[in-house]
Structure formats: structure tokens, C-alpha cells
Design a binder for this molecule. Structure first.
Ligand code: C5P
Length: 226
């Protein structure tokens, strides 16, 4: 892998998973006999376009993540998702040109989607997988009074991976820290500097497991593909 294409994946597995109502984090629960976080870890581990994987997780889970194909590094989780990404960014190789951030709670990621995303991010600087909105989305105030109905044909649900050139992501973090910007996705930090970002159309199959309902769907999908 030459330096021009060196891609570091930051695999986020540092959340507490409290919305699932479990004692252990959801990303380490077993789905069809395998820890959730290992689905995407193994996909990245087999992808030629990936140079290294930085896993952000509690140190007690590190032994789960071993790859015969890739260099695997570790970083400690932060308080917010954004802090965990930053810790991963600091642990990435100095060789890295592109940083590809993925939520380990999305087990149904597909190889072709990652390849299309990485190509777009190399060309454009910052790109993410996203699915066209299928529901009508309204903006409302704290008392649920509707402020406006947003035009559905322009709305996209953000997914991961999100891939950003390392130099741009470092600048975006410096800007966010200086201006107290909080974001739940990575492209938002780049957008906050006024820099362009683009979307790569993805399938809703790449959903994030957040609730027990999502887990039931994941089990059904997993059982159907075995
Ligand atoms: O909380 P949410 O589901 O949005 O988290 C998305 C991903 O980020 C999950 O894979 C979770 O493990 C990770 N995360 C993290 N550090 C945090 C919060 C979330 O690595 N502080």
C-alpha cells in the first residue's frame, strides 16, 4: 500500500449501548453467534483498500479484534462519539491519507459500498454513505408544535462509513474545538468549516442497531442469510 492511498479505518466500539437496555454494550452482544462489532471488523480486515484498523473500545475487549491481514491499533473511548473519533484519529498511522470512520453497530455493511465511498472520498475530500429519506420529516419545537415540513426529496439519512482526508479532518477537529461545535456525524464537522462534502447512496440494510426492535430485525436478517 503506497502512502498516496493509505487508508485507516476507525472502528467505533466505545459506546455504552444504554438505549438497548443491556448491561454490556450492544456492539459486543452476539448476533448469530458472533459479536456485533466483528461483522464490520472482518469486512474491513478483508478489504484490499484498507491499510489499518484502529478499534476504539474499552481495553477489556481488545483481544476480540485480531486480523492476519491488517495492522490493528487501539484507542480509548471518549465521552462523546466525536471524542472517540478524535482518539482514533490520534492513534492512526502517520502514513494515513484517508480516515474512514464506521459505527460498529452497523453489521450489514457491504464491500461494494465501502469501495464506492473510498473512491469518492479520495476524489472529493469528504464523503459518507447515506440513504434517501423514506418518511416525511417535520421540524417541531419543544412542545411538538410543527415549525416546517422539510422537502423529502432533498433529505438523506446519514450512515457510516464516513471517509475524510486526514488533513481535512484534523483541521475540522481544530475548528470544532475552537468553536465548541458538537456533531453526531463526521461530515458535519467538515461542513462547519464551510468545506464541501458529498453523499454516496447506500441501502437501508446498512442500518444502525440502536433499540431492541432493531436487534430483532438484525436477527431475522442474519438468520435468513445463514
Ligand atoms: O450512540 P450511537 O449509537 O450513535 O453510537 C454510534 C457508534 O459510536 C457506536 O458504534 C458506538 O459504540 C460508538 N461510540 C463510541 N464512543 C462514544 C459513543 C459512541 O465509540 N462515546
Amino acid at each position: 500500500m503506497d502512502r498516496k492511498n493509505f487508508t485507516s479505518v476507525i472502528l467505533l466500539a466505545g459506546g455504552s449501548g444504554t438505549r438497548m437496555g443491556l448491561n454490556a454494550p450492544k456492539q459486543f452482544q452476539h448476533l448469530c453467534g458472533k459479536a456485533l462489532a466483528l461483522y464490520s471488523f472482518e469486512l474491513f480486515s478483508h478489504l484490499e483498500e484498507v491499510s489499518e484498523i484502529v478499534v476504539v473500545c474499552d481495553p477489556s475487549y481488545r483481544t476480540l479484534f485480531a486480523s492476519p491481514h491488517k495492522s490493528v491499533q487501539f484507542a480509548l473511548p471518549g465521552k462523546r462519539r466525536q471524542d472517540s473519533v478524535y482518539h482514533g484519529l490520534l492513534a492512526a498511522s502517520p502514513e494515513a491519507m484517508l480516515i474512514c470512520i464506521h459505527d460498529s453497530a452497523r453489521p450489514f455493511l457491504e464491500k461494494e459500498a465501502v469501495q464506492a465511498l473510498l473512491k469518492k472520498a479520495f476524489d472529493q475530500g469528504a464523503a459518507a454513505l447515506a440513504a434517501p429519506a423514506i418518511n416525511t420529516i417535520k421540524q417541531a419545537d419543544a412542545s411538538q408544535r410543527v415549525k416546517q415540513t422539510l422537502p423529502r426529496e432533498e433529505l438523506w439519512e446519514m450512515q457510516t462509513p464516513q471517509a475524510i482526508r486526514k488533513d481535512l479532518l484534523l483541521k475540522a477537529y481544530a475548528h470544532a474545538q475552537a468553536n465548541d461545535i458538537e456533531a453526531t456525524d463526521d461530515l458535519s464537522l467538515v461542513e462547519a468549516m464551510g468545506a464541501p462534502t458529498v453523499l454516496v447512496k447506500s441501502s437501508s440494510r446498512n442500518f444502525k442497531i440502536t433499540t431492541p426492535f432493531d436487534w430483532a430485525i438484525a436477527e431475522a436478517l442474519c438468520a435468513a442469510s445463514n
